[in-house]
Write a protein that binds this ligand. Structure first.
Ligand SMILES: Cc1cc2nc3c(=O)[nH]c(=O)nc-3n(C[C@H](O)[C@H](O)[C@H](O)COP(=O)(O)OP(=O)(O)OC[C@H]3O[C@@H](n4cnc5c(N)ncnc54)[C@H](O)[C@@H]3O)c2cc1C
Ligand SMILES: NC(=O)c1ccc[n+]([C@@H]2O[C@H](COP(=O)([O-])OP(=O)(O)OC[C@H]3O[C@@H](n4cnc5c(N)ncnc54)[C@H](OP(=O)(O)O)[C@@H]3O)[C@@H](O)[C@H]2O)c1
Length: 430
């Protein structure tokens, strides 16, 4: 259609497909590039190292009730916490249902994104060794933020196998081995639990205390119970949630783990119902922070030592946008000043979709961000004139005051964030 705006979407994961769907709903022209072979991003399991960080037994931690697009509910027969196979099927069915496949160019790597003199986007891609540059009116970045591994650094050298959770695919390779898992997030606790079923021994090293939430509370998926408390003032909700967790499963110290140093919400939540169970069955041994390596020996800060065949660093991911000049955009550390976690303060034809870490699920929020983006590009919604100021305000007033570690730069409260996005959408013309 002449005069129709052309939008480039990077990525056909959960965020990219909802970006494409909502842009198409507004009659915009859409080209999606993805270097994978299928829709689903992180949820497309691969036997070898790839974009995906899921392993053979991964099930989601955000429950089905809070993990569906408003426009496309999950199948009624899905369980509370679907598997990665069910998730991939769900995203692929979404893409089929909304006829997105014809707009996606697979096995196409976005290499470079830069603006020309007219502020249009020049997008350079590579497919089958061939490079191509196309021009777009707007760019939606949906490349995910859980694929570039962050490794910890300690003095000394470890001579066993050191790997990152990103590359854990199947657990049989740990059979009969002595495993040390580093971290207290969802990867670390999932990996420790799966590893201990086959390993000779599994230790888990935490550098601080974390809240570990069981996947079910009172017979309900935990985030749905948490959702009932969402309208309470934040400090009461955090205290109440912490108290509920302690009443249900006791203190961390009962399991040999450090206590959380602050109220619930001070770190991204870890959901796991089996960690404590296996610790108390003697299958997982808690360890403190690491001091140094020496050969296959690890020295811990409390003076104890352990010998290991494999260390799995479950120490999180860098936010990475390798297609931008780093002097232009580099969110790999420090603040990420984007209004509504999506709007660049200066550049009005650049959108980030899904670049937030909710206490809950990412893609329902990505869906609402996509609707706002699409409405703006269709001329039905206008960003505030003080977007830069609002982006700074958002950074200075996060939904949660969290421990200042690299994984906590883009946190939002799932429910409050959704309310903010819905409020903006309510301002849009239909
Ligand atoms: C093990 C694990 C479990 C998780 N569980 C949950 C959960 O329970 N709930 C939840 O909400 N979140 C969870 N997450 C977070 C996860 O980030 C989201 O589930 C979701 O995958 C985010 O979707 P996305 O589309 O933003 O990113 P991704 O799923 O990462 O998709 C990004 C897409 O962009 C493509 N791409 C990237 N760079 C380029 C490029 N340069 N050129 C072309 N294509 C590119 C990739 O191929 C990929 O298809 C989990 C993460 C991990 C690692
Ligand atoms: N089943 C699932 O659905 C599932 C499974 C895995 C992951 N996920 C999701 O995937 C995302 C990434 O999770 P993740 O667990 O891989 O990463 P993460 O949430 O970033 O957690 C990393 C963990 O490693 C610790 N850590 C980081 N650097 C360290 C260092 N140098 N030394 C010691 N410890 C260090 C962190 O401690 P600090 O607290 O100090 O930062 C934290 O405990 C999250 O959104 C998570 O919910 C979901």
């Amino acid at each position: 259609m002449p005069g129709q705006k052309r939008v480039c979407v990077i990525g056909a994961g959960p965020s990219g497909i909802t970006a494409a769907k909502n842009l198409l709903d507004q009659q915009l022209e859409v080209v999606v590039y993805d270097y994978g072979k299928e829709v689903g991003g992180n949820w497309v399991f691969s036997e070898t190292s790839s974009h995906s960080s899921v392993f053979e037994t991964t099930h989601i931690i955000s429950s089905k009730a809070l993990s569906q697009y408003d426009d496309f509910p999950m199948p009624a027969d899905y369980p509370d916490y679907p598997s990665h196979q069910q998730l991939a099927a769900y995203f692929q069915n979404y893409a089929r249902h909304f006829n997105l496949y014809e707009h996606i160019q697979f096995e196409t790597l976005v290499e470079k994104c830069e603006r020309d003199a007219e502020c249009k986007w020049k997008i350079t891609t590579r497919k089958n060794g061939l490079s191509k540059t196309e021009t777009f009116d707007a760019l939606a970045v949906c490349n995910g933020h859980h694929w570039k591994p962050r490794y910890p650094e300690y003095p000394g050298t470890f001579t066993g196998t050191l790997m990152h959770s990103h590359d854990v695919k199947r657990f049989q390779v740990f059979s009969g081995k002595r495993i040390l898992v580093i971290g207290g997030g969802n990867s670390a606790c999932d990996v420790a639990v799966e590893s201990c079923r086959v390993s000779a021994s599994t230790d888990i090293s935490w550098r601080r205390g974390y809240w570990v939430v069981p996947k079910f509370i009172f017979g309900k998926a935990s985030d749905t119970v948490g959702g009932l408390l969402q309208y309470l003032p934040s400090f009461i909700w955090r205290k109440a949630t912490g108290l509920m967790i302690k009443v249900i499963q006791g203190r961390n110290s009962s399991y040999g783990l450090p206590e959380p140093e602050d109220d619930f919400g001070f770190h991204h939540p870890t959901l796991n119902s089996e960690l404590f169970y296996f610790i108390r069955h003697g299958k997982i041994r808690p360890r403190g922070d690491i001091d140094r390596y020496d050969g296959n020996k690890v020295y811990f800060k409390d003076g104890s030592t352990g010998e290991y065949d494999v260390i799995v660093a479950c120490t999180g991911y860098y936010i990475s946008h390798p297609f931008f000049d780093p002097t232009f955009i580099d969110y790999s550390q420090g603040d990420v000043p984007l209004y509504l976690r999506m709007l660049h303060p200066q550049i009005d034809n650049l959108y980030f979709i899904g670049l937030f870490q909710p206490l809950g699920c990412i893609w329902p929020g990505a869906e609402l961000q996509s609707k706002i983006m699409a409405k703006e590009l269709a001329g039905k919604w206008k960003r505030p004139s003080n977007t830069a100021e609002k982006a700074t305000h958002e950074v200075r007033h996060p939904d949660f005051n969290q421990v200042k570690t690299p994984r906590h730069t883009i946190t939002v409260n799932y429910h409050a964030f959704r309310r903010r996005l819905l409020k903006e959408l309510a301002r849009a013309a239909s």
